[in-house]
Ligand binder design. Sequence first.
Ligand code: CP
Length: 329
Amino acid sequence: MNYISIQDIESLKKWVKQAIKIKKKPLKNKKLGKNKTLGMLFFNSSLRTRLSTQKAALNLGMNVMVMNFTSEGWTLEFEDGAIMNSGASEHIKEAAAVISQYCDIIAIRAFAGLVDKEKDNAEIVLNGFLKHATVPIVNMESATGHPLQSLADAITMAEHKTKHKPKVVLSWAPHPKALPQAVANSFVEMMQLQDAEFVIAHPEGYELNPEITKNSTIEYDQNKAFENADFIYTKNWSNYKEYGKITNSDSNWTVTADKMKLTNNAKFMHCLPVRRNVIVSDEVLDSENSIVIEQANNRTYAAQLVLQKILKFCATTSNGKFPSTGKKK
Ligand code: CP
């Protein structure tokens, strides 16, 4: 059992309910992870994912080992048959097999490089571990998805929604650095499992991968999208067509108090970290309607639910060992 994408959730409604239950009694399963080790491998920076996933593992009684691969690990080679006479010192085959001996679950963060679309879509780091590790893998944000974030987003919306079918707007906003599409992709996939009126708002040309957005409603007029919205989820992503480029930095897309007035007293969401007065004004971020801190808090319960499910699944295997994973996509 792995947690790689939103598609690994068999019932979002059920999972959200279970996560809210965990939130009420986070130490209830303190013995479940006894003598089990979570290995957290970071190829990119993190605050929330690192601390919330670690806290989730500790709540389950697990041991945790963290490694920042870019500064502490050997540079890895991912290509089969590579002649390793340049930068990379270790092949994923050995690295994944060795780490699997020390850890019962491996969690990985490896962002998109935003240079080569094909390479990013191939998810070489995540798939390298899926192929060569012999323990379950958890995605802590890969090139194309951030499913722990969107599970936390679903929990947060369930806690704050006041009607059965809310209007939810995913709105692009400007950013000085080119950012991956991963958070937006997983949010879209998660929203496709929700009973909601869902709108993606962005400038023309900023379409996400159409294989992910499918038939989601797209609106190029942000003001129109905001009308009567119950949730505004703001996120920057770099251009997908002109891959990894910043082709628009229009500050008219910054979320302001005036724009929030168009909504149905909407809650403001962002995965964080957020650039104040670029993505969103201070006034909105500091308002009562901003639920970003609770959203970050729910990262713990999203991660705890995922780890708990993997631990329970593995406890049911006959030899008591965690099953090998195998390449997923
Ligand atoms: N939202 C999120 O993943 O935060 P970090 O990058 O700080 O982990």
